[in-house]
Design a protein around this ligand. Structure first.
Ligand code: H2B
Length: 94
């Protein structure tokens, strides 16, 4: 089970460096994926949903035509935890 404690600044810096396609936005990390078509973007979201369910950790999802923006934060802890970065790494591997 991933650690749901909020990460300290030095840990945040270290984990962010491992997911360079994600950017920090306050207490969240954000990445926009671009699919060839709208329908492929929707299919991608279905795979995101599988990962989210398997880990019981769910990104906010914004779909704009063929662009899918995922935002990760541990809402019930009010900040970023190891779980956010574990899920980001799993999403990067899709
Ligand atoms: N997802 C995210 N992103 N943040 C949470 O705090 C969160 C979640 N909490 N998924 C989970 C579900 C919580 O509601 C359950 C009970 O573990």
């Amino acid at each position: 089970m991933a650690d749901r404690s909020r990460l300290a600044d030095d840990q945040l810096t270290e984990r962010l460096s491992a997911v360079p396609q994600w950017s920090r936005d306050g207490e969240s990390i954000v990445r926009t994926f671009e699919a060839p078509t709208f329908l492929e973007g929707i299919a991608f979201v279905a795979r995101v949903a599988e990962i989210a369910e398997a880990r019981d950790h769910h990104p906010d999802i914004d779909i704009r035509y063929n662009r899918v923006t995922l935002t990760l934060s541990t809402h019930d802890r009010g900040g970023l935890t190891a779980l956010d970065f574990d899920v980001a790494e799993a999403l990067d591997a899709l």
